[in-house]
Design a protein around this ligand. Structure first.
Ligand code: FES
Length: 151
């Protein structure tokens, strides 16, 4: 059975009518139309679907919409309107993406780190980014870009 949920995404309220166990990822993509958040594995193993829930990185493929109601959700589209976030600039400068598919998840994971820790060490960066999978193997450039953004 469908129910109505009011969810807050990037500062805007959206009313959606879905089943309560619908993953937030589908609501973001199919109902709200924000396509920057990607579906990779669907079982919380890859990180392509990472968004922020009240500032914390979470995997939206396994978060039911009912658990997201009342929280502030931020997607890659909410980070900046024009790629002006320091991490986005660093990503461009370091030419991080290859195929690009996982990169919004990578950036969302990185943004969450810098919001809590302005000057993470290389070790802290590696630990925090661990588990967001990139099949092209852009990890070295990801770390460089995060370090660049903290300069
Ligand atoms: Fe959500 Fe892989 S799609 S973790």
């Amino acid at each position: 059975d469908k129910s109505t949920f009011v969810i807050h995404v990037n500062g805007q309220k959206h009313r959606v009518e879905v089943e309560s166990n619908t993953p937030l990822l589908w609501v973001i993509r199919e109902h709200i139309g924000l396509m920057g958040t990607k579906f990779g594995c669907g079982v919380a193993q890859c990180g392509a679907c990472t968004i922020h829930l009240n500032g914390n990185p979470v995997r939206s493929c396994v978060l039911p919409v009912s658990a997201a109601e009342g929280s502030e959700i931020t997607t890659i589209e909410g980070i900046s309107e024009d790629n002006s976030h320091p991490l986005q600039k660093a990503w461009i400068a370091e030419q991080v993406p290859q195929c690009g598919y996982c990169q919004s998840g990578q950036i969302m994971q990185a943004v969450a780190l810098l919001e809590k820790n302005k000057k993470p060490s290389r070790e802290e960066i590696i630990t925090h980014m661990n588990g967001v999978i990139c099949r092209c193997g852009t990890y070295v450039r990801i770390i460089k870009a995060i370090e660049r953004a903290t300069l």
